[in-house]
Design a protein around this ligand. Structure first.
Ligand SMILES: [Fe+2]
Ligand SMILES: [Fe+2]
Length: 301
């Protein structure tokens, strides 16, 4: 079974899909996804975190460090993807797309609120939202900072400069919806939720995190729809592949715990690096197949 690491170790780029490989899978469009958002609305502030605080105190130092390292990436990530989404909202092409994209931006703000409450009431990181973000940033690795403060910010800025730049929009959606959400977030959510449920920990956090996952699937559905629309243009299909080749080594490094390097074997929260990377690979490759874009490297192997 290939893993995400296989996409980072080979230099070849797979061939771009020809017409016969283009996907005919019918996806939900932005209007349908907007209506789904209305049906799936939820409130972060009504979730009870009192049991979670007791659970946190029951963990030993090492476990607390592992949990904080995993969750801080999400806390900072949710803040980043809220503010750095503005460029895509400005780049809508239809009224339904505009409506859906505004819902995604408010979803990301709500996700950051859920984490802020958890870091306030459970981890007790600082006295303000800003202080908690600053302290959570100390838990991050360099690859995370490169991806979220570098590539994501640059992609947003290019769209703000010219919202009608279709190449910049394809680059943004590939970065945000395919790499950050479809590869990193959905993989992290799967293993962190499994860890909490396996050990009976953090019921309030898990309640919100599952609702966040449901939102993320809706977001990734939009990104898959958008890229499927654009992949018929060979130049745009090549941009998707080039962006994946550029970012997947960085994405794979985001999973690597402090003190280790990409390619090292490790275990985090009881899961092996192979399990995590296999899951991430499968999550990404399934969506690329629906879009109809050839996967870099592995396809050429
Ligand atoms: Fe989110
Ligand atoms: Fe999202």
């Amino acid at each position: 079974m290939p893993t995400l690491l296989d996409l980072t170790q080979q230099g070849d780029v797979g061939t771009i899909s020809d017409e016969s490989q283009l996907s005919s899978v019918t996806l939900m469009d932005p209007q349908q996804l907007y209506e789904l958002w209305e049906r799936q609305n939820w409130q972060a502030h009504t979730i009870d975190l009192s049991r979670d605080a007791e659970d946190w105190r029951s963990l030993d130092r090492d476990r607390q460090r592992q949990v904080a390292w995993n969750l801080s990436s999400f806390f900072i990530g949710e803040e980043r993807v809220t503010t750095q989404f503005t460029g895509l909202v400005a780049a809508y092409e239809t009224q339904s797309e505009e409506a859906f994209l505004t819902t995604q931006q408010v979803d990301e703000a709500r996700h950051a609120q859920h984490f802020n409450r958890f870091y306030d009431q459970v981890l007790a990181y600082g006295t303000t939202f800003e202080e908690r973000l600053a302290r959570a940033r100390e838990d991050l690795n360099d690859a995370f900072v490169t991806l979220f403060d570098g590539h994501l910010v640059d992609a947003c800025r290019r769209l703000l400069d010219d919202p009608r730049d279709l190449e910049a929009k394809v680059d943004f959606v590939t970065t945000y919806h395919m790499v950050i959400e479809g590869t990193l977030a959905l993989t992290g959510q799967r293993f962190i939720t499994d860890f909490c449920e396996r050990d009976g920990l953090f019921p309030g956090f898990v309640e919100g995190f599952k609702l966040i996952s449901r939102d993320e699937h809706r977001h990734v559905a939009y990104g898959t729809w958008f890229l499927q629309q654009k992949v018929r243009d060979p130049a745009l299909a090549k941009r998707m592949q080039d962006k994946l080749v550029e970012l997947l080594p960085i994405a794979a490094s985001v999973f690597v715990p402090p003190g280790l390097q990409l390619g090292d074997s490790y275990e985090i929260l009881g899961y092996s690096s192979d399990e995590v990377n296999e899951y991430a690979f499968t999550a990404l490759s399934r969506r690329l197949k629906v879009i109809g874009v050839g996967l870099p490297a592995v396809e050429a192997a």
